[in-house]
Design a protein. Structure first.
Length: 92
């Protein structure tokens, strides 16, 4: 499984409709409106890197109103459970 974070700058007038459009795309799991240098962040989950390439370049970046994208690919996932085990030194 390949997980990626797609950071986007979008046309302000289309923010809500682009978020809805993104959620309709296979492979986009979640979309967040965020503060900072980007307007939206989409979480993508696909099986292979080639699928991510197609998703970002052919499906996401082509949506009307998306001005720019930057994609971060996750190497490893840490959850609360994983972090707890990381700090567990086995002492009761």
């Amino acid at each position: 499984m390949v997980t990626a974070f797609i950071l986007m700058n979008v046309s302000r007038s289309r923010l809500k409709s682009i978020a809805d459009d993104l959620l309709a795309i296979d492979g986009i799991a979640e979309v967040y409106s965020v503060a900072g240098p980007f307007d939206l962040v989409a979480i993508a989950r696909v099986k292979e890197h080639e699928q991510l390439n197609d998703l970002v370049t052919e499906r996401v970046a082509e949506l009307d109103g998306i001005e720019s994208t930057e994609t971060l690919i996750a190497f490893k996932t840490f959850s609360k459970k994983d972090l707890g085990m990381l700090w567990d030194i086995g002492v009761d």
